[in-house]
Each structure stands twice: as structure tokens, then as C-alpha cells.
Design a protein around this ligand. Structure first.
Ligand SMILES: C[S@@+](CC[C@H](N)C(=O)[O-])C[C@H]1O[C@@H](n2cnc3c(N)ncnc32)[C@H](O)[C@@H]1O
Length: 216
């Protein structure tokens, strides 16, 4: 796997109402595949997923932070939703198990004037016990083998009255996770949708589901 500085990148412009963001993502994702038999090596970190656009638009328009509120983005990849939280005044920590993802997310955050903390951790052995006001989960609840580990992190790392914001393109595994894990005596839940249109994608239109769970 090449180092972050050697990855061929392409520019991505994200148009939020009244603000344009520039991010760089991998230009050739296939070139980053090193072992097709190892799920951990799938370079799904190297692009911005439709759920991340939907969550970024939603946060930009509908979530306000008091200065210094702490946000943890798990499986951050290129870091778009977290960067939007940073632009809105939150103190941001981007987390991923892939060091190249964090390297590129750091460049993206810096390019947009955001200071960031980084946490390189695997969900299966997550050791940090730091607590956050918000935990973001953009299209990371897709694997029934991994989802229970994310559930543990949500419990361990959320402050009292904190919020988990989950976005996904109507994934069965995400709904199943919410059905199994969500306990209405512990969390309240609000649901929203955002339409995402991506010109150069295989499918151009996505309906992104956004769930906000607030710890009671
Ligand atoms: C589908 S991508 C989503 C990336 C980004 N959140 C987005 O929506 O554009 C999943 C992300 O989770 C990370 N990831 C996958 N398995 C992980 C694990 N076991 N521990 C930590 N991060 C993991 C990947 O590196 C990748 O960045």
C-alpha cells in the first residue's frame, strides 16, 4: 500500500448552501486494492460516500453546536461530515483504523481551515474511553459482524445527553442494528431524510436516512 503522499488524488467540490468546500479523495480506488480476500483491506475509506454527503448537508442546515462541544466521527474516511461540524464550531476528532484515511482526512480538514484531533482505532479493540457530545456514523453500520462493536463504542463514548447521528442509504444491516440495539428507554430517536445527487456516480440519486439518537 503506498503512503498517503503517493496516492493519486482528485479534487472534489462540495457545495453547501453559502459555502464551498474542497476535498481531495483517491483518483483510482482500484489501485489501492492490495488483497481482495481481506475485508479489512477494502479501500472504502478513500472516497466520500453518498451517506456522508447527506449527513454533511443535514448538519450544515440543521445542527448547531455550542463552542467546544466535542464530536467524534467513527469510520471517518475522508472526514466530510466531521469537517462540517468543525466549520460550525465543534471540537472535532476523526477516527478510522486506516492511517492513510486519517492522513488524507487531515489534509482535507486543514484545507478547509479546521483543526482536528485524530484517533487511530479499530472498532473491535477500541480502547479510548473519552466521552463526546456527538458521535457520527456515516455508512459504517453495514456489517453484522462489526455492528456490535460499534454499539459498544456508542455506549462507552457518549456523554450523558449526547447524540449519535447515523446516516445510511437505506441499508438493511443498519436498520437491523437499530432494531436490535435501540432501546427507547435509553435513547429517543428522530429520523430525517436527505436527497443526494452525485453527477459522476453509477447511481446519480440517493435517499439518505438520518437517525438522531439522544441519550435520555
Ligand atoms: C463505507 S466507508 C465510510 C466512510 C465515510 N464514513 C463516508 O461515509 O464517506 C467505512 C469506513 O469505516 C472504516 N472502517 C472499516 N472497518 C473498520 C474498523 N474495524 N475499525 C475502524 N474503522 C473501520 C473504513 O476504513 C472506512 O473509512
Amino acid at each position: 500500500m503506498p503512503g498517503g503522499e503517493k496516492i493519486k488524488k482528485k479534487k472534489l467540490t462540495v457545495n453547501l448552501p453559502g459555502r464551498e468546500l474542497t476535498l481531495y479523495v483517491a483518483a483510482d480506488i482500484e489501485a489501492l486494492i492490495t488483497d481482495v480476500s481481506d475485508e479489512d483491506k477494502v479501500p472504502c475509506w478513500a472516497d466520500v460516500w453518498p451517506a456522508a454527503y447527506g449527513l454533511a448537508y443535514f448538519i450544515w442546515e440543521s445542527v448547531d453546536f455550542t463552542p467546544g462541544e466535542k464530536v467524534l466521527e467513527l469510520g471517518a474516511g475522508m472526514g466530510l461530515p466531521g469537517i462540517v461540524c468543525g466549520l460550525k464550531g465543534a471540537e472535532l476528532t476523526l477516527s478510522d483504523f486506516n492511517p492513510l484515511a486519517l492522513e488524507m482526512a487531515a489534509e482535507n480538514a486543514g484545507r478547509n481551515g479546521i483543526e482536528v484531533n485524530f484517533l487511530q482505532e479499530d472498532w473491535r479493540s477500541f480502547s479510548s474511553r473519552k466521552k463526546y457530545d456527538y458521535i457520527l456514523a456515516s455508512d459504517i453500520l453495514y456489517d453484522p459482524k462489526l455492528n456490535p462493536f460499534l454499539g459498544k463504542i456508542f455506549h462507552n463514548n457518549l456523554k450523558p445527553s449526547g447524540k449519535i447521528i447515523i446516516s445510511h442509504p437505506k441499508r438493511r444491516a443498519t436498520y437491523d442494528f437499530l432494531e436490535d440495539w435501540y432501546d427507547r428507554s435509553i435513547f429517543s430517536q428522530e429520523c430525517f431524510t436527505r436527497e443526494v445527487e452525485l453527477a459522476d456516480s453509477l447511481l446519480t440519486n440517493y435517499l439518505i436516512m438520518i437517525h438522531i439518537l439522544t441519550l435520555l
